[in-house]
Design a protein around this ligand. Structure first.
Ligand code: ATP
Length: 446
């Protein structure tokens, strides 16, 4: 069977809507720009990604987890540099009334003539002006400037301000890290490309505190670990690459930075950053709060501000990468077949259970298999329509294995297991399904 990957994002957006993965937010009111809701299957995929990340991070003795508040003391954002520096250059077009990020005009279509990019259309553009991306709100009932708080634009600062709380309560010694998954908000000028760039999103971040001088060594270690994690999730090597930040690209806090990029239908784009943040954040918080943020090394009898190596991944963007990577379209048995080649541990259901016909003797048998297997692997049950149609439905949501119960099952207690990727079918003993599926999941390769 010949097959191709994702060529057009619209195909993925439509599949996600049709199959309960991602819906436009507030759709009955016409939607709200670049906001999305995860449906029943999307939430399972996203949860699996978060669980895998959390496990990979916190199963180590040298990483602790936290869950910090979204609203933080406003001084946090002065210290971090966000009040002053978290800005993008905004360009207004007087002709089409579009608003563009000056540095993205080569890749953002003109509003009036989408066939042309904003940088190449004839619209009359104003001078770029700086626009702060932080969402502001007010704490308490009075909307006065003293009550201004921000929705955090990154999860990292919740970790920096808790550095000593975690180190001391958990009796950790440098080097160690703190991991967190949580929402972040950015008032992006040009959100888009489905869940790639939104104004509300989730980050999976880990800040690793190290002794100055050992930072580049740890930076390299974490680069390797994070790249491998994405390969283990089923990304093909040729679809991801490194992008090193040049001197002009480095963020104000960074000593070194590499992005991991994925080749989307709209080009190579970042979905995770590994940054050497030096001691910038702890130093600034020490300065702005007046509290010492130094680590005391009892053995070496020294005190210092640790350097930070950060791994910062977008959760929604990682989900998009996995969906884009999994999307396959081809022809099988003379018909178009679309399937999601998701890692079985990330697929919303691991097994689909299908009684060949809606006859009580078959459905009762299938119910029993479902009840037994569902305790171990998330299963779905489908007894509607032809078996071919049922396979197609499961293919589209990435269910890796399908178990069919037919009349032979009743006499010899065997079932047919169909593999989503190869479409190969195997007859196995019904009592061996759980072990069989377990082995298959363990040995699955992209
Ligand atoms: P970009 O250049 O795409 O704006 P960034 O360099 O500002 O991203 P970071 O601040 O390093 O991104 O954030 C770390 C990760 O958070 C990114 O790699 C991405 O996966 C995710 N992320 C950042 N902004 C958004 C957004 N608006 N929507 C969804 N995910 C985002």
């Amino acid at each position: 069977m010949s097959e191709s990957g994702l060529k057009d994002m619209a195909e993925l957006v439509s599949l996600c809507k049709r199959r309960g993965i991602v819906f436009p937010s507030s759709e009955i009111y016409g939607g709200i720009n670049a906001c999305w809701d995860y449906g029943p299957l999307g939430v399972e995929i996203k949860k699996a990604v978060k669980d895998r990340w959390w496990k990979a991070m916190t199963d180590r003795a040298d990483v602790e987890g936290v869950d910090a508040a979204i609203l933080m003391h406003p001084r946090t954002w002065e210290a971090s540099g966000h009040v002053e520096g978290f800005v993008d250059p905004l360009v207004d077009c007087k002709t089409c009334k579009g608003r563009f990020r000056a540095d993205k005009m080569d890749v953002t279509p003109c509003v009036q003539k989408p066939s042309k990019m904003a940088s190449a259309c004839d619209g009359e553009k104003g001078e770029p002006r700086l626009f702060n991306l932080m969402f502001k709100t007010h704490m308490g009932p009075v909307e006065e400037s003293a009550a201004v708080v921000y929705l955090r634009p990154e999860t990292a600062q919740g970790i920096f301000v808790n550095f000593l709380n975690v180190q001391q309560t958990m009796r950790q010694k440098v080097p160690f890290g703190i991991a967190q998954i949580g929402k972040a908000f950015r008032n992006e000028i040009t959100p888009g490309n489905f869940i790639f760039r939104t104004r509300e999103f989730e980050q999976m971040e880990m800040q690793f505190f190290v002794e100055p001088g050992t930072d580049m060594e740890w930076f390299e270690k974490w680069r390797e670990i994070r790249f491998q994690w994405h390969l283990d999730n089923g990304l093909r090597r040729e679809k991801i690459r490194w992008h090193a930040h040049g001197p002009g690209e480095l963020a104000h806090y960074a000593k070194a930075a590499f992005d991991i990029e994925y080749e989307f239908p709209f080009g190579w784009q970042e979905f995770e950053g590994i940054h050497n943040r030096s001691d910038f954040d702890l130093r600034r918080h020490q300065e702005f709060s007046g509290k010492r943020m130094e680590y005391i090394d009892e053995i070496k009898k020294t005190r210092y501000l640790p350097f930070v190596v950060e791994t910062s991944a977008g959760c929604d963007r990682s989900v998009l990468v996995l969906l884009a990577e999994a999307f396959r379209k081809g022809v099988a048995e003379g018909e178009e077949r679309v399937y999601l080649k998701l890692h079985p541990e990330i697929a919303p259901y691991k097994v689909g259970i299908f009684p060949l016909m809606k006859k009580p003797e078959l459905t009762e048998y299938a119910d029993k298999i479902f009840d037994g297997l569902h305790k171990k692997y998330r299963c779905t049950y489908d007894d509607g329509g032809s078996i071919g149609k049922r396979y197609r439905r499961q293919d589209e949501i990435g269910t890796p294995y399908g178990v069919t119960i037919d009349y032979d099952t009743l006499s010899n207690h065997t079932v047919t297991v169909r593999d989503r990727d190869s479409m190969a079918q195997e007859r196995i003993s019904a009592e061996k399904i759980a072990d069989y599926v377990g082995e298959k999941i363990k040995n699955w390769r992209a």
